[in-house]
Every structure is written in structure tokens, then in C-alpha cells.
Design a binder for this molecule. Sequence first.
Ligand code: ADP
Ligand code: UDP
Length: 239
Amino acid sequence: MEKGKLLYEGKAKKVFETENPELLIVSYKDDATAFNGLKKGTIQGKGVINNRMSNALMRLLASKGIPTHFVEELSERDTLVKKVQIVPLEVIIRNISAGSFAKHYGVEEGIVFDKPTIEFSYKNDELGDPLLNDYHALALKLATPEEIDTIKDYSFRINEALKEFWLSCGVTLVDFKLEFGRLADGTIVLADEISPDTCRLWDSATGKKLDKDRFRRDLGGVEDAYQEIMGRLEEHMGK
Ligand code: ADP
Ligand code: UDP
């Protein structure tokens, strides 16, 4: 499958049309941004890692009954996916306090929750992705009640599957962001990516951050952390 017209260039990926109107090619870049685009940089090799990791995790989730947009890995950076209409909600699941949760509620990072939390933000860069709840999402007609139920159900199941997998790699899944989309027939599927850009992943033994927080917070060793987390995944995937 060949890349057709560039449909969209985002902060981390380019999206191309293909000869099949139901399929797209996503191409992962090394560009990194944080704080709603205020901080910009490059993480060498990130696109290759995020592409391969996201595909491996989507295959794992598909094996657990979660429908995803993944079709085929075409190359190091390019993947064929089902075209969806993105539901404009960023779904965030948290197992442990960190990032904006710790900031908003004035608590330290690292508090292990009894139960995971879910939150939505409105996927809208101009507005800075504001937080909203189910009622707001319904009022804004961003999704139907049934779609919101499906998205919540899938998100918690995804959390259980990913938590278990990362634990087998000696990695703690702290929190992550998901995006869902609608296929032409309205079916909800997991879309976008699951990678160190969109998850917080801490080494279970040392607490070392193996994710994009190293870039956001200028912790150094960004490329090494991406390589290390990918190595852990490859060592344990399929075992
Ligand atoms: P951003 O838009 O936040 O800068 P990216 O650089 O990752 O993010 O761009 C990828 C874009 O493609 C995102 O807007 C994402 O919602 C969208 N997208 C992801 N998967 C699909 C898909 N299967 N079909 C259509 N759009 C998708
Ligand atoms: N996240 C993301 N994209 C966003 C916002 C958050 O992928 O636009 C991920 C982030 O990597 C983390 C989780 O969602 O794994 C929770 O992020 P948080 O709300 O703590 O925000 P941040 O600290 O990134 O501002």
C-alpha cells in the first residue's frame, strides 16, 4: 500500500490517504512537543519506537477482544490503519498519582490508587484540551451515551491488560491517554497510539521514568529511556 495525499500533519505523526478510502497510513516522526506545543524538540529514533510499540500493544489488546484501528505495520515508521472519525475526547486512565492529577489536587506523585480513575478532556488544541465529564461530553454532542459506556468499558479493560503486560516487563503503568474513533458503520475502535509519549511508565524496582516525562521535565537520557522501554517490551512480548 502506497502513501497518497497528506491528510494531516500533527505534532507526532503524519496521516496519509491511501488508494482505499477506508484505510490510512500513519507515519511516526521524531518530533516531540509538550505543554500544548509550547516546548518543542526531537527525540532521535522515537518515531520508530512508538510505531513498533503501539502496534505490538494494539495486537496484544486485539487478542484480548478490544477492537483497534491497527491493520499492518508497513515499515519502521509507517503503519496501515482503519480510517476512523476520531471521537474528540482524550481518555485518561490513572493507577498512580502523577502529572496534572498531582498538581490539581495538591498531592505528591506516586500514590497508588485503590481503583483506577478515568477522566475525559475535550480534544481541542485551541482550548488547551479542557477537562470535561460525561454530561459535558453529551451536552456538546461529542459522543452518544452508548459510545461513552463502550469507551469507558474498553478503557478499563485496556488498563488491566496493559498493567499486567508491563508488570511482566518489570514496569509500572502509572497513567496513559487513549483516543477512540468510529468506523464507517459506527463501531467504536481504539485509535491513535499507545507509546512512551502517551503513557507514564516507571521501572518497578527503581522508579526510574521510562517515558516522555524525561523530555517534559528535562531529566536527560531521553533517547536511552525510549530504547530501554522498547527493549523491555521486545524481551517480554509473546512470553
Ligand atoms: P496531534 O493531532 O495531537 O498533533 P498526532 O501528531 O499524533 O497528534 O496526529 C495524529 C492525528 O491522527 C491525531 O489527530 C489523531 O487523533 C488522528 N488519528 C489517529 N488514528 C486515526 C485513525 N485511525 N483515523 C483517523 N485519524 C486518526
Ligand atoms: N497525555 C497524552 N497527551 C495529552 C495529555 C496527556 O498522551 O495531550 C498522557 C500523558 O503522557 C500521561 C497521561 O496522559 O501519561 C496523563 O497526563 P496528565 O493529565 O498528567 O498531563 P501532563 O502531566 O502530561 O500535563
